[in-house]
Design a protein around this ligand. Sequence first.
Ligand SMILES: [Ca+2]
Ligand SMILES: [Ca+2]
Length: 293
Amino acid sequence: MAKCVSKEETGFNCCAASTTASFSIQLPDTTPPVRSNGQPSGTLAAGTTQATLSLTTNESATCKYSKVAGTSYASMPSIFSTTGGTSHSTTVTGLTNGSSYSYYIKCIDAGGNANSDDFTISFGIAWPQFIISDISPPYLFKDKTSNTLSVTGSNFSPSLNFNFKFMTGGTTNSTLTFQPQSASSFNISITSAQLSGLALGFYDLKIERAVDAYSQTYSQKILITMLGDISGSTPGVRDGKVDIYDLSRLMSKWNSTNASDLAEADINAGPGGISSGKIDLYDANRMMVNWLP
Ligand SMILES: [Ca+2]
Ligand SMILES: [Ca+2]
């Protein structure tokens, strides 16, 4: 290699012909951060009240979020609590069961390049699993103007529709829809018209939350029967038809004004309420209407 001597020494620039100069031009960064790995997603467990939003970027960036889609980076109200590098996270609170959430995220890099489009993190919180403790009474009269069923349990959501499915052998015979009055107990009124499509007999009662189809089947069967069915071969246990067991039971309660007897056998108030609160011929007459020997 030729020794390079100065132009002052030689009068010539001897290096110019034998040396290659190499350099690059640093173009300005005009690309905003690429965002990925957004979390969480899907459905989080019931009872979740806060969650950590996280994402990564392909370069160091500062990330912000909004609950409103299409907000510019500059106008976004919330900055991630951990941000500035390539991993970004922040905690959101106040989450409630059954709600869906979307957070819209934009980031800006060191060169001032902000995203113009949203990166969206969406997830939901599940509804809680409800439990049926008791349904009473476990029978409904097809020919009674209105039957009241009292349902007790937990985690019923008063704002939602619950489908009451009367089922036999896994097949739904009828579906009635109600909204609970409270999370732990509610009464439903079932009219004779609503029962008209159901044959007499025992049914499984499945309660299904319409919004997510979560369901529970009550542990006892519900009997659809007719007024006058107050007994079967087991005294006081209804069997779905009106026959001699019922008449025999009625006779054993004749003239009684005892509250539990009245609950069973005072099935006819009579004209002007004359038979209300006692067990007499008017009740026997009502029983005969549905007699099935
Ligand atoms: Ca009976
Ligand atoms: Ca009566």
